[in-house]
Design a protein around this ligand. Structure first.
Ligand code: ZN
Length: 159
């Protein structure tokens, strides 16, 4: 089932989300499936739960190996080196901006079975994870962007 993506101005996008409690229910599994479907149908590379109206610490990411689900993610070992790239967001349609992000981060999270995973992310993947984690803290990329590059153009990356 395709979910409605909230856009800037909705208060749920500005709230700090709460951790997902275990055990993970079948309702949660259905919600994850819906999030993945919604992300792909919207041509997004990532989608966080608050973007579809649930203030839970969970997001989905499209990877070459298929969709990844990260529940209760925590970032550590953020590289000192940062990179500036253009990014966009499904919740801020038509707006893009240059955002400085850590080149690499380590993300510790629970997968959909509730098993702990640790992953090192670099480059674009690292950027997506930082963008989605920001959503869980009520932060939109436009607050971090030091330059808005274009409005109404072709999407570069919608996260
Ligand atoms: Zn976003």
């Amino acid at each position: 089932m395709r979910l409605t993506i909230l856009t800037e101005g909705d208060k749920k996008l500005r709230k700090k989300s709460v951790p997902v409690n275990q055990p993970f229910t079948s309702e949660l599994q259905d919600f994850i499936k819906d999030m993945i479907e919604t992300m792909y149908q919207a041509d997004g590379v990532g989608l966080a739960a608050p973007q579809v109206g649930h203030n839970l610490r969970l997001f989905v990411v499209a990877s070459k190996k298929g969709p990844l689900v990260m529940i209760n993610p925590a970032l550590s070992k953020k590289s000192l080196r940062k990179q500036i790239e253009e990014e966009g967001c499904l919740s801020v349609p038509g707006v893009y901006g240059l955002v400085k992000r850590h080149r690499s981060v380590t993300v510790t999270y629970l997968d959909k079975r509730g098993e702990k995973q640790v992953q090192r992310a670099e480059g674009f993947f690292s950027r997506v994870i930082q963008h989605e984690t920001d959503h869980l803290d009520g932060i939109l990329f436009i607050e971090r962007a030091h330059k808005i590059t274009k409005a109404g153009g072709k999407p570069v990356t919608n996260l």
